[in-house]
Design a protein around this ligand. Structure first.
Ligand code: DOR
Ligand code: ZN
Length: 345
């Protein structure tokens, strides 16, 4: 049995850090584990241009502990007002690595998102020219569509037409949750990648209702049935380079989760690589963790792989019940539970 695992330092290709005084509580969790992270732009107001991305990056860097080296990779938030010039500036900046598409109304702080993606195709053409990837939140918002089918319907209505119309555009299908998404990524030549979160690998939708409604297991896209979880585990552990690590760690105050209209998002940054190690270990695929966590994403984005390493030990530890979140508290994923893998100091 493997009891110690040393891997190239991983990167998180999908992360929410928020802004302001909470950065000091949030950034260190990621910076201790990961070399880089793709930072989501869904602030209030959203990050829509290079100047805002540069300023936000500085605020994040100010919250990185002294003994960590962490490089936040910034994204812009696609809106109906995004111009070709914004894209060219982003591409030239060296700071912005991608542009995020939120269907308007799909999730947290998505009101400024795009209602009809075909209307911004000219901007996406410029992204293809500049080799800037589009990161998609892959859910339709049509109230007629069952919430558990939103991702599968998105593939047919939005993603397939996009891939056909702009064949040179690189796309990351973020936080995939379904058999259908896995199949699409496998069937599409190299320009379509996908991130997979720890929560969608660890849990199915029963976790939402175990012993009563559990707001801390609510995220978007919502957890799916067991067959989908199994397809995700198979994809993540398959060694296929189009699947890579993206936590979608998304902190919300305890009070905002435990509410009559609880926010979507799970916080996993405090134990992110440890959760993935558990999944890969359970699947008998620890030897595949390094490529998924440390190689595939960098290769997809055309960035160098990291040079240093981290070590994980099989040494059970208990996740705290609560973490600090500015003046509030945060309930982390796995609160109070024992996790089998621990990050070595
Ligand atoms: O659960 C989610 N939380 N899904 C998202 O797409 C956004 C995120 C957040 O920002 O809280
Ligand atoms: Zn996200």
């Amino acid at each position: 049995m493997t009891n110690t695992l040393t891997i190239t330092r991983p990167d998180d290709w999908h992360l929410h850090l928020r802004d302001g005084h909470v950065l000091a509580d949030i950034v260190p969790h990621t910076a201790r584990r990961f070399a880089r992270a793709i930072v989501m732009p869904n602030l209030k107001p959203p990050v829509v241009n290079v100047d805002q991305a540069v300023a936000y990056r500085q605020r994040i860097l100010a919250a990185v502990p002294d003994n960590c080296s962490f490089d936040p990779l910034m994204t812009l938030y696609l809106t109906g007002q995004t111009r070709a010039s914004d894209i060219r500036q982003a591409s030239a900046s060296g700071v912005v690595q991608a542009v995020k598409y939120y269907p308007a109304g799909a999730t947290t702080n998505s009101d400024a998102g795009v209602k009809d993606l075909t209307r911004v195709y000219p901007v996406l053409e410029v992204m293809a020219e500049e080799n800037l990837p589009l990161l998609v939140h892959g859910e339709v918002v049509d109230p007629q569509v069952d919430v558990f089918d939103r991702e599968a319907v998105f593939i047919d209505r939005v993603l397939l037409p996009l891939l056909q119309t702009i064949p040179a555009l690189k796309v990351v299908f973020e936080h995939i949750t379904t058999v259908e998404a896995v199949a699409l990524v496998k069937d599409t030549p190299d320009r379509l990648g996908a991130t997979i979160t720890p929560q969608h690998l660890l849990m199915n939708r029963n976790a939402l209702f175990q012993g009563g409604i559990s707001p801390h297991h609510y995220c978007l896209p919502v957890l799916k049935r067991e067959a989908h979880r199994q397809a995700l585990v198979e994809a993540a552990t398959s060694g296929d380079p189009r699947f890579f690590l993206g936590t979608d760690s998304a902190p919300h105050a305890k009070s905002a989760k435990e509410s009559s209209c609880g926010c979507a998002g799970m916080y996993s940054a405090h134990a992110a690589i440890e959760f993935y190690a558990q999944v890969f270990d359970d699947a008998g695929a620890l030897d595949k963790l390094e490529a998924f966590a440390s190689f595939h994403g960098a290769d997809f984005y055309g960035l160098p792989r990291n040079r240093d390493s981290i070590t994980l030990e099989r040494s059970p530890w208990q996740v705290p019940q609560m973490l600090r979140f500015g003046n509030e508290e945060l309930v982390p994923l796995g609160a109070g539970e024992m996790l089998p893998w621990k990050l070595s100091d």
